[in-house]
Design a protein around this ligand. Structure first.
Ligand code: NAD
Length: 444
């Protein structure tokens, strides 16, 4: 099939690479000329394990091309995927301006009947709006072409995106058109060979499914974080509690790791957007509001523990904290809504210096903290510790799991460790001589 993928970020580029891998001919369109230039030069502008070799290989075989001109990409396409960003507006609702712009451009340039697929996460009703915008442009042009707009939300995880796309748990297709459903089934058949994973439903249900999935996952995280906070106050250990509840198959172990709160480009914005959708529909979203409030509290939790620790020593002002990890989770360079940003802003606003390291998010972090003189991003995890009064682990990168604790101790002015991901065991930290603070456990 001939495909046009519009927006070459985490979702668009991964989708393009995976569709091209299956033999489709894919043209990617992005408005950012720097991104297209880089992709045309054979390198990839985002960090996603395994992506660059796939892109290079399909590009070399002529199945994957990149352009800034939507008219070039759309002309021959059987199917166009909208994969542009849908960031939050100040009131939390979803900003659809990029989606709308793309829809209008598709209407201006499409040359034959086609299926247009909303892969971006968009509120219920957006597919109808996209179809309206395309048809408006077709009417202006006076051409008689047919467009089916399908909702096909994406469930990949950054850091695991290729494998999630290649072996999806399910493929949700929202459409009332048999013809469009057939096209989508054909396109996704190679990704669903071991069992039928394709779930066809109404467009609005598909749009809602994406929000419901992300909000469920965010709810699990806020739930365990709330349990962790209670554990800290009542002398329980959330790690044991997690094992105790996860063993119940109705609950399961997945996604109940306590930590620094959820971040990234999806959960925070999607919870907010569903809250707005609910309110606009006259529903008070009590649970979603609580999920968000608990997460906001959790993002500040580790900063509060640092402040409490240093309060008897005159506070955090003038002290230096080493920090390991800045990305919102391991295996990505994405810093959107990362807990590290909240923690650093909280502590530097009180005069603490932060010396931080991240294996791949350093450049993104440098631009975020360009104006904050109290933040230094260094190139080596141990350099962060030199002369610092303590260390905090914020992201669960593998290289932080089994570090040289003797070296860390020798570099810090005091053996103090704040573990925002519960990577270490309290007893082994005690053996190493650290004052150790983790999530969901009271004592140091
Ligand atoms: P991103 O910010 O990484 O990439 C978006 C790309 O779209 C950018 O390269 C931008 O230049 C481009 N763009 C913007 N306007 C354009 C236009 N008019 N024409 C062509 N290109 C344009 O975004 P992302 O993380 O890939 O997310 C895209 C969508 O997918 C969002 O709705 C997001 O919620 C959803 N989603 C993201 C993930 C994820 O893990 N990142 C997972 C599932 C769903």
């Amino acid at each position: 099939m001939k495909l046009c993928i519009i927006g070459t970020g985490y979702v668009g580029l991964v989708s393009a690479a995976c569709f091209a891998e299956m033999g489709n001919t894919v043209t990617c369109v992005d408005v950012n000329p720097a991104v297209v230039e880089k992709l045309n030069a054979g390198s990839v502008h985002i960090f996603e394990p395994g992506l660059e070799p796939m892109v290079r290989h399909s590009r070399a075989d002529g199945r994957l091309t990149f352009t800034t001109k939507l008219e070039d990409g759309i002309a021959q396409a059987d199917c166009a995927f909208i994969c542009v960003g849908t960031p939050p507006q100040p009131d939390g609702s979803c900003d659809l301006s990029f989606v709308r712009q793309v829809a209008s451009e598709i209407g201006q340039y499409m040359q034959k009947d086609m299926v247009v697929v909303d892969k971006s996460t968009v509120p219920v009703g957006t597919a109808d709006e996209v179809r309206g915008l395309i048809e408006k442009e077709l009417t202006k042009r006076g051409v008689n072409l047919h467009v089916d707009v399908v909702s096909n939300p994406e469930f990949l995880k950054e850091g695991d995106a290729i494998s999630d796309f290649m072996k999806p748990d399910r493929v949700v297709i929202g459409t009332d058109s048999e013809k469009a459903a057939t096209v989508m089934r054909e396109l996704y058949a190679p990704f669903a060979r071991n069992r039928d994973k394709i779930i066809v439903m109404g467009v609005r249900s598909a749009e809602m499914t994406k929000y419901a999935a992300n909000c469920m996952l965010a709810t699990k995280i806020s739930f365990i974080n709330e349990i962790a906070t209670i554990c800290e106050r009542v002398g329980a250990d959330v790690r044991d509690v997690r094992t105790g509840i996860g063993s119940d198959s109705r609950i399961g172990y997945q996604f109940i790791y306590p930590g620094v709160g959820y971040g990234g480009s999806c959960f925070p914005k999607d919870v907010k957007a569903l809250i707005r959708t609910a309110e606009n529909a006259g529903v008070r979203p009590e649970l979603l509001n609580a999920v968000e409030a608990v997460n906001a509290r959790q993002k500040k939790h580790m900063a509060s523990r640092v402040e409490e620790y240093f309060a008897p020593q005159g506070g955090v002002a003038g002290k230096t904290l080493a920090m390991w990890g800045l990305a919102f989770k391991a295996n990505t360079d994405d810093m959107r809504e990362a807990a590290a940003i909240t923690i650093i802003n909280e502590l530097t606003s009180k005069g603490m210096k932060i010396r931080a390291f991240d294996p791949v998010a350093a450049d993104n972090a440098r631009s975020i903290f360009a104006d904050n003189k109290l933040v230094e991003i260094v190139e080596d995890q141990y350099d962060t510790c030199q002369g610092a009064q303590g260390l905090m682990v914020v992201t669960e990168w593998n290289q932080f799991r089994n570090p040289d604790f003797a070296r860390v101790r020798s570099l810090l002015t005091a053996p103090l460790l704040f573990d925002g991901r519960n990577l270490y065991s309290p007893s082994s930290m005690a053996d190493h001589g650290f004052a150790y603070f983790c999530i969901g456990r009271a004592n140091a």
